[in-house]
Design a protein around this ligand. Sequence first.
Ligand SMILES: C[S@@+](CC[C@H](N)C(=O)[O-])C[C@H]1O[C@@H](n2cnc3c(N)ncnc32)[C@H](O)[C@@H]1O
Length: 199
Amino acid sequence: MAQNVYDNPDFFAGYSQLPRQVQGLDGAPEWPAVRALLPDLAGKRVADLGCGFGWASRWLRDQGAVSVLGVDLSQNMITRARADTDDSSIEYRIADLETLDLPEAAFDLVYSALTFHYIRDFERLVSMIASALVSDGGLVFTIEHPIFMAAAHPDWISDKEGRKTWPVNGYSVEGERRTDWFAKGVLKTTGLWQQRSMA
Ligand SMILES: C[S@@+](CC[C@H](N)C(=O)[O-])C[C@H]1O[C@@H](n2cnc3c(N)ncnc32)[C@H](O)[C@@H]1O
């Protein structure tokens, strides 16, 4: 069973205050670089895996996608996505990416932002995505860089002079790791698959 920390009330309350959730895509510093990777969306059938509040799902439709399926494990996230969306061509579904099966050759683009580092069985997920895409389909995804998730307490440390440092202990540890981020012991995974993906 996948960890579902986004349905933890304390976590959700903190996460909801992040600029990327309050302002949407404009509040995400990586968005201009990610947007530049996306193909022409006119007429495309898109899946948004780990869709959260649905900011990207709505943007994808605004750019001409013919349909968007937003998938997320969290009831909180999907409830909010549905409340913020008035578009019958966007379907939001609660499902676990660890076990999700999408129909074969049903999508032109799979998009995912900052979600795959929660997935233990990345090989299975990628194989499922490959079969869900048409032969000239595309996958665009982002994950958290290990420099962010490496430390057990990922936050700035200030010294007496006010200088700030970012802890990166445990950078080369592969596999599951637990960090305190809005809640104690949030489970994320890092390892060779990420390094291969970033190469
Ligand atoms: C950091 S948020 C990103 C949300 C959105 N993509 C964005 O960029 O704002 C990660 C999302 O992944 C979802 N998630 C985590 N593990 C999941 C899983 N096993 N299956 C489906 N969704 C998952 C969480 O519920 C959360 O909404």
